[in-house]
Design a protein around this ligand. Structure first.
Ligand SMILES: Nc1ncnc2c1ncn2[C@@H]1O[C@H](COP(=O)(O)OP(=O)(O)O)[C@@H](O)[C@H]1O
Ligand SMILES: [Mg+2]
Length: 453
């Protein structure tokens, strides 16, 4: 490690503080000491530490206070808790709150140094690790958003910031780029993590049911409303709700949603009473809301209300440097699930992954790999194995271009593929959906877009 590793030691017993700090300095670390939580927090405000080693019982400011403070403000800092006799319960609590480790007193030099080194290794991995899989928040959470590209790193940093606030967030990007993953991550890093995260796809709920789905209804509110029903906003109380494909929300619902967001209260259909709600709203869309605003299909006031925070997910073809990394990750997870070991990609397969356009983005990459692991018989995954699960004609077109003209735009490809599949399945759209691995609404939308009957 080039920079000196900084450690803060906190204990109310001067003997413990002194001996630990001497030991750590002898090992080449920089060590500061504090005698209670309050003093420690003063240090932590002035300077950042790689590691905090703290006693549990002190006053003012206990070990748990420090842990809480560090997890909130310095998620990269590890905390080791020293526990005296009879404080094992709080050690367990501390681990649950995201302490890196604990050590029962009394301990010898080697025991504590071992834990310190373990933390150093871990910190170095964390610092170098492109995935930013750091433990943050009160919950020992990992950030599951992987990538080494500047784009993904920037997104992870924004996610970390936004998750500490309560603002509404709009996540835009093509399908499969990780919008839902981002929304879940924001929730799980937020103070709402222990409360529900509820996701609804606005495009898949028929217009007349959406209001009742979101806000609930009283018994007898409309024909068929035999029982009262709690809406998703109520179900998400204290937590977060993801309004997915918000671009498909009908205008009438948009007006109601705007009211709810402004008033922070909902009214069930058929009720004249409002109920206060505390729900964080995250919205996602793969459509261009600005265009929808121009055409009058989306309310601009709602747009600005949900877009207080904005995260745009780039398509995978714009951060191809993440492909090898993601591919390796999906390979490992597929091997784990299928109980296979030692599999790897052939050079052609890697080459193919690097050059394929991935219209379905990260989702398509993940599916292609888990499909390939399933079908592949030996240890080597070939490009043909990968092709099996990809929209096959797209693979063919990319791999064996028909002529030497430039390949067409993605949209032309997509249109071709849909036409081909409709023909092949004699117009059976259910089969088309399952062959192309897309949902009905998506297929409908695309058919409309390309004027296909
Ligand atoms: N950067 C990433 N790191 C790891 N997994 C990812 C990443 N981006 C997307 N994924 C995975 O790809 C799949 C599709 O992502 P998802 O969030 O459902 O996309 P979207 O909501 O934009 O359609 C999910 O399995 C998700 O976990
Ligand atoms: Mg999604």
């Amino acid at each position: 490690m080039t920079e000196m590793t900084k450690i803060l030691v906190i204990d109310d017993q001067i003997g413990m503080r002194k001996s630990l700090s001497i030991l750590l300095k002898k090992e080449g670390f920089h060590a500061d000491t504090a005698e209670n939580g309050e003093q420690a927090i003063d240090y932590l405000k002035k300077s950042s530490y790689d590691l905090v080693i703290t006693d549990m019982k002190m006053s003012p400011g206990t070990g748990l206070d420090i842990l809480y403070y560090v997890r909130e403000r310095h998620p990269q800092t590890d905390v080791i808790i020293m526990t005296g006799y009879g404080t094992v319960d709080s050690a367990v609590l501390a681990m649950k709150m995201g302490a890196f480790d604990y050590i029962p007193k009394p301990f010898n030099n080697e025991e504590i140094l071992h834990r310190v080194r373990k933390s150093m290794n871990h910190l170095e991995i964390v610092k170098d690790m492109p995935s930013f899989q750091k433990r943050t928040g009160a919950e020992n959470n990992k950030i599951p958003i992987l990538g080494i590209s500047a784009a993904i790193k920037e997104i992870v940093a924004v996610v970390q910031k936004i998750s500490k606030t309560d603002i509404s967030v709009l996540i835009t990007g093509e399908t499969g780029t990780g919008k839902s993953l981002i929304a879940k991550t924001i929730h799980s890093l937020s103070r709402r993590a222990n409360k529900p995260f509820i996701s609804i796809n606005c495009a898949s709920v028929p217009e007349n049911l959406l209001e009742s789905e979101l806000f609930g209804h009283e018994r007898g509110a409309f024909t068929g409303a035999l029982l009262e029903r709690k809406g998703l906003f109520e179900a998400a109380e204290g937590g977060s709700i993801l309004l997915d494909e918000i671009g498909s929300m009908p205008l009438s619902m948009q007006a109601k949603l705007l009211d709810v967001l402004q008033e922070q209260e909902i009214r069930r259909i058929g009720s004249n009473k409002s109920k206060a709600i505390d729900v964080r709203v995250i919205a996602a869309t793969n459509s261009d809301l600005n265009r929808a605003i121009d055409t009058g299909a989306f309310r601009s006031d709602l747009y600005y209300r949900i877009k207080v925070g904005h995260i745009h997910m780039p398509p995978l073809r714009e951060h191809t440097e993440d492909i090898p990394f993601l591919a390796k990750h999906f390979l490992e997870s597929a091997m784990g699930k299928l109980d296979k070991t030692d599999m790897r990609f052939s050079p052609e397969a890697l080459d193919f992954l690097q050059n394929y356009k991935f219209p379905g983005n990260v989702r398509e990459l993940a599916n292609a790999i888990s499909g390939a692991v399933t079908v592949s018989e030996g240890n080597i995954i070939s490009d043909q194995d990968l092709a099996l699960t990809l929209t096959s004609s797209l693979f063919e077109m990319q791999k064996y271009p028909e002529d030497d003209t430039q390949p067409g735009s993605l949209e032309e490809w997509e249109k071709e593929i849909i036409i081909e599949s409709i023909k092949k399945n004699a117009g059976n759209l259910t089969k088309v959906c399952s062959e192309l691995k897309i949902g009905r609404t998506t297929l409908w939308r695309k058919m409309k877009k390309y004027n296909l009957q």
